[in-house]
Write a new protein. Structure first.
Length: 193
């Protein structure tokens, strides 16, 4: 072997070539042994997996029914939430109409002598005809209008509501009632309520 600059040149006597060929043979042998070892290990593991019932493919696909069940449960919860919220909002709307009607009656009545049941009933009927909240409710009825001794007007309304998604189960709707009250202002000046 001879060095010329940074290069090593082989001398034709073959000593360097024999050294390189023996290194190549050792490397090739080691590679074959490693490959054979890996193949043997893989075949042992595959046999162990095939005989193990827990690791077998018999449970494959069992997550699909779980996902379908969870989606059905979420859909049911969402439907019930929408139905309850719809019923609550419609009931609150009826309550608002009853409160507004009682307030309107107390503003219409001018004197305490005028505050009697029949006059209050007429004012309540006129209010319902003017406002026409029956478009929002089915079978809206004025159940009772009364004026008590402390000059408070009480209005009782009833209606049928049809909450979303429940109208399929209850086609006639659900009967709800509302009570509104307002006190008649009997003195002049600012209110003390």
């Amino acid at each position: 072997m001879r060095r010329v600059g940074g290069l090593v040149m082989l001398i034709p006597n073959g000593s360097q070539a024999r050294l390189l060929s023996s290194v190549r043979e050792r490397y090739a042998n080691a590679r074959r042994q490693a490959r054979a070892h890996l193949l043997t290990r893989a075949s042992v593991q595959s046999r162990a997996l095939a005989s193990d019932p827990v690791a077998s493919d018999s449970e494959e696909g069992s997550i699909a029914p779980l996902i379908v069940g969870m989606l059905a449960l979420l859909l049911l919860i969402g439907s019930v939430t929408v139905a309850i919220t719809g019923a609550y909002l419609q009931t609150q709307h009826l309550q608002d109409v009853a409160d507004a009607q009682a307030n309107s009656i107390t503003r219409t009545i001018r004197t305490p002598e005028e505050a009697n049941g029949s006059a209050a009933w007429e004012y309540a009927s006129a209010y319902l005809a003017e406002v026409q909240p029956g478009q929002d409710f089915h079978a809206l009825r004025l159940e009772n209008v009364s004026v008590d001794s402390d000059h408070s007007v009480h209005v009782y309304l009833s209606a049928r509501i049809r909450p979303p998604l429940l109208s399929i189960l209850v086609p006639d709707g659900i009967e709800v009632t509302a009570h509104g009250s307002s006190r008649l202002k009997t003195s002049q000046g600012p209110s003390t309520d």
